[in-house]
Design a protein around this ligand. Structure first.
Ligand code: GAL
Length: 696
């Protein structure tokens, strides 16, 4: 795309700004700009939910207030990410054209309310969005304050209306061409489900079909397709009206519990935007951890250090989406009001968590929200300026301090994050596996939780990672890990084989290569297309009760929980075997030489500490360097990341503990944030503190 502006070498500091909530208070709007200046704010996202303030009646536009805000911001030197307002629509539209509202799975059309309550198929909604986007682009594309389009807000969800059913059938016809092909791909003779006419197909709904796994996954694919298509139309309208500005859409937390799942395959959004951006709301300072089934809690307690690895995981997804710096579009400076318990970030945590994003490749730190509103749902959500309206608060003071720090760190924005390992996170696999039945059907299925565990081990070692879909070129990575790749399409399978054949190292686990992309098991069994790569045949998958353990003997005995496979080595060599009743001597860890590379397969689920031991061995055997393993000494709870380039590097030393920490390095560094210009190889780090070190 044609761009007159780029974030590649900038480090922006900003917030969602909602002046439309304060139009009758010019004094507050003037105070906002002063307070923003004092806090070093260098960008605001504007107009995200402002449709009803712009188009007050059908075709009646009121831009004067926006003109003034934009001019005032420009005069103050604050650029704007201007939003298209499609995330929420005015009442007049829903009243006159009810089709713009969503139909829920029970078949009822929603009433006007909430946000994100629109049908992506509705021609009326698409037309209304086109009109307002065109008006915005015509008026503001050349406004000197605007530097990027913020498209809609957190696209998510699906609609089950008649228009969507028609579009779904058309999409299926393109994909399968014939009903015979569709019936075969969905295994429809089962329970007499053969489809005789395309008209008989309906989206999966609780009072209708939910048992055909091929249908379920295709509905999710279709929903992603419709949303991407909708977004592309939004962007096209801006371009047709003459805009050459870059675009992004703010995405949600991608690896959250099912109830917060955006229901979209974010990897598919790559071609519709220029930059990735995301909204980060981790539950800091909360012990315990919710996993897939609401109400169930994982066995392993989650402290802030562990939580930090989950956030890092998501940063690594969004950086990898475009393989370049991303925007941290939203975060809270203090609390998140919609979580079960909203705790304020403890002193230091806002600066630490914001700079963690920068350490992972973000070129912006932005908040939701600048100022708390007086009413409605988000009045108690964290904001830089609270109801008191003063700057005399801890939160505001910390925001100012972060603004100063980001000014100092500007040169970091031009530096790269250089991953050495890749973790495969495949959205479709997640959906397919969650949907599968047996042998475990509760939260211990845990695909996401398992990825988090594997990620945590390597993140803890300070090994820079990418999180990838599996379709990308992998050759640059020293190590690729692909846990529980249950559903495997032929393209990904070929890609993995190619990577190893040319010299790569891969680790797969139990539950890899079980079904194809329409959820049909592979003829010849598992691991299907990975059989020659792994050099094994999987005879069976068994499950363990919550209290049951077998062990994997790797020098010492490591406990195995939840799942283990019965495997037969074909060409693979057995590195470790299971021990326990009925499993004694079964292969538990194998390695296969394939082309110039090596493929490891782990046949049982290990706990985190055991996984770490396994990775430590693989890293040292394969000569893969990680930051922490090369350090002289480091206290627990510290994580290290590097951004580097042009013979310059920035080492981020982050302490996610509420107690002070330290580290000893093998050479001397200075701290960019410390004005005393100390030169040392030994550093202390405050509780929830950060140092950004440069080698001397
Ligand atoms: C985001 C959303 C914002 C705001 C925020 C509160 O998901 O994009 O508009 O609602 O959550 O945490």
């Amino acid at each position: 795309m044609n761009m007159k502006w780029s974030i590649e070498d900038k480090l922006l500091y900003g917030c969602d700004y909602n002046p439309d909530q304060w139009l009758n208070r010019p004094d507050i709007l003037a105070a906002d700009i002063e307070l923003m200046r004092k806090a070093h704010i260098s960008v605001v996202s504007l107009g995200i939910f402002a449709w009803s303030s712009i188009e007050v009646a059908e075709g009646q536009f009121q831009f004067e207030w926006l003109d003034k805000i934009m001019d005032d911001l420009h005069e103050a030197g604050i650029p704007v990410f201007l939003a298209t307002p499609s995330g929420a629509r005015p009442t007049w539209m829903a009243r006159k054209y009810p089709e713009v509202l969503r139909v829920n799975p029970s078949g009822n059309r929603n009433l006007f309310g909430l946000r994100h309550n629109h049908c992506y198929s509705s021609p009326v909604y698409r037309e209304k969005v086109q009109i307002i986007n065109t008006k915005l682009a015509e008026r503001y594309s050349d406004h000197p304050a605007v530097i990027l389009w913020h498209i809609s807000n957190e696209y998510s969800g699906d609609c089950h209306c008649d228009l969507c059913q028609v579009n779904f059938r058309t999409w299926l016809q393109k994909r399968y061409r014939t009903l015979e092909n569709l019936n075969d791909s969905w295994w429809n003779t089962f329970w007499s489900h053969t489809i005789f006419d395309w008209e008989e197909i309906h989206s999966p709904v609780p009072h209708g079909e939910t048992s055909v796994h091929g249908l379920n996954i295709d509905w999710k694919r279709f929903t992603t397709h419709m949303t991407v298509d909708f977004m592309k139309e939004e962007v096209d309208a801006l371009k047709r009206a003459g805009s050459t500005l870059p675009v992004t859409t703010n995405m949600m937390m991608a690896i959250e519990e099912a109830e917060n799942d955006p229901g979209l395959d974010y990897w598919k959004f790559k071609d519709s935007q220029d930059y990735a951006s995301w909204d980060s709301y981790p539950a800091w300072h909360l012990p315990g951890h919710k996993v897939f089934i609401p109400g169930e809690v994982s066995d392993e307690a989650v402290d802030d250090y562990r939580r930090a690895s989950e956030v890092a995981f998501q940063h690594d997804i969004f950086r990898n989406l475009h393989k370049k710096p991303f925007l941290l579009m939203e975060s809270t400076p203090s609390k998140v009001n919609w979580q079960g318990i909203s705790k304020n970030k403890k002193p230091g945590m806002n600066i630490l968590s914001s700079l963690q994003a920068v350490a992972h490749g973000a070129n912006s730190v932005q908040y939701f929200q600048w100022r708390q509103g007086r009413g409605s749902f988000e009045k108690f959500h964290g904001a830089v300026v609270d109801q008191s309206g003063t700057s005399d608060t801890r939160i505001y003071r910390e925001a100012v301090r972060l603004g100063e720090i980001l000014e100092v760190l500007k040169p970091v924005a031009a530096k790269d994050y250089s991953p050495r390992a890749a973790l495969i996170f495949n959205w479709e696999n997640r959906w397919a596996f969650d949907d599968s039945m047996g042998p475990i059907n509760n939260s211990r299925k845990a695909y996401i939780e398992t990825l988090r565990k594997h990620y945590f081990c390597l993140w803890d070692f300070g090994l820079p990672m990418d999180v990838v879909s599996g379709e990308e070129e992998l050759m640059d990575y020293d190590l690729v890990i692909a846990p529980m790749l249950y559903s495997l399409d032929s393209k990904t399978a070929e890609n993995l084989k190619n990577y190893v054949h040319r010299g790569g190292t891969i680790l797969t686990s139990y539950l890899s290569g079980y079904v194809n992309e329409t959820d049909l098991c592979f003829e010849g069994g598992s691991p299907g297309p990975l059989q020659y790569l792994l050099g094994i045949q999987i005879e069976d998958l068994d499950s363990l009760h919550k209290y049951e353990r077998i062990h994997l003997r790797m020098g010492e005995d490591y406990p195995v929980q939840d799942y283990y496979e019965v495997i037969h080595p074909l060409t693979a060599q057995v590195l470790a075997s299971f021990t326990g009743k009925n499993v004694e001597g079964l292969p538990g860890l194998t390695v296969n030489n394939y082309g110039k590379g090596m493929a490891f397969h782990l046949a049982g689920r290990l706990e985190t500490e055991s996984l770490k031991a396994l990775y430590q061995t693989i890293l040292s055997d394969r000569g893969i360097h990680s930051l922490k393993l090369e350090l002289l000494e480091c206290s627990e709870g510290i994580n290290l990341q590097i951004r580097s380039g042009d013979n310059e590097e920035y080492l981020f030393v982050m302490n996610f503990c509420d107690t002070p920490g330290f580290l000893r390095l093998s050479k001397d560094y200075t701290d960019c944030l410390d004005y005393t210009e100390t030169v040392s190889s030994q550093w202390d780090v405050k509780a929830y503190g950060i140092r950004v070190l440069k080698p001397c």
